[in-house]
Ligand binder design. Structure first.
Ligand SMILES: *[C@@H]1O[C@H](CO)[C@@H](O)[C@H](O)[C@H]1NC(C)=O
Ligand SMILES: *[C@@H]1O[C@H](CO)[C@@H](O)[C@H](O)[C@H]1NC(C)=O
Ligand SMILES: *[C@@H]1O[C@H](CO)[C@@H](O)[C@H](O)[C@H]1NC(C)=O
Length: 217
């Protein structure tokens, strides 16, 4: 973020962000971060997918941490991703060196960014910025899309923000699908209403939409 901001001459606030789409970690973690969702998925599968049995079963699961051999296999299966990752990891560190690690630390760029993020979390987010499960987010428009067995977390905004603050905060936590909708409206503003003859009747509108959705999922 700091490299980006210097490359584009942006102010600090342009690159402050909150982590979106956090995966829910199980409270009793087995095998560290990466093991926990695998554990949960396996537990849910053992319990017949979904259902409330998942969590209690997870406690009895064997060690699901990846072995070095499994890591290698995963890198082979995802070799293109892995090449891209390695290429960008390399240029990333080259850029850091060009920028100067000392400047990154002595000028306190990283510390400033973190401080600003904490300030904004206090202003914008409930519960000190702790991500929450989607169903707990009262404003349905900012619930993150769920897929698979692991819960994708989102944020709740502080209540009673003034409009300008709310707009700024919302921009930082809006999930990507809703964000895309906002961009769509901006990029393709709705054309003025067409002639009445061309307009579908309200009752007819649902059917083709459902077919389209069914087809694409
Ligand atoms: C779990 O498995 C990993 C990889 O095989 C190993 O490194 C780790 O020590 C194991 N942990 C426990 C608690 O047995
Ligand atoms: C990314 O690059 C750094 C610097 O070259 C290196 O230390 C690190 O191991 C790399 N990370 C991975 C996952 O390869
Ligand atoms: C703030 O937003 C509310 C709801 O969208 C609107 O009714 C109100 O007029 C706005 N106030 C200002 C000062 O823009």
């Amino acid at each position: 973020m700091i490299l980006l901001r210097h490359a584009l001459c942006w102010p600090l606030d342009a690159v402050v962000s909150f982590s979106l789409n956090a995966r829910q970690q199980k409270p009793s973690s087995i095998g560290g971060l990466s093991g926990s969702w695998v554990g949960k998925a396996a537990a849910a599968a053992a319990a017949g997918v979904g259902g409330r049995g998942g969590r209690s079963q997870a406690k009895m699961l064997p060690n699901l941490s990846l072995t070095e051999e499994q890591r290698d296999k995963l890198r082979q299966w995802n070799s293109l991703d892995w090449y891209i990752y390695k290429a960008f990891n390399q240029t990333f560190w080259e850029e850091i060196d060009k920028f100067g690690r000392a400047q990154m630390e002595q000028e306190e760029e990283v510390a400033l960014l973190r401080m600003r993020r904490e300030d904004l979390a206090r202003v914008c987010l409930r519960d000190g910025g702790k991500p929450v499960e989607a169903h707990r987010i009262r404003d349905k428009n900012i619930r993150p899309f769920q897929s698979g067995l692991v819960k994708i977390l989102g944020y709740e905004l502080q209540p009673r923000l003034d409009n300008a603050t709310k707009t700024a905060c919302l921009r930082m936590i809006r999930p990507e699908i809703q964000y895309k909708d906002v961009l769509d409206v901006k990029q393709f503003p709705r054309a003025p209403a067409p002639a009445p003859a061309a307009q579908p009747q309200p009752g007819q509108q649902n059917q083709p939409v459902m077919v389209a959705a069914g087809g694409s999922f």
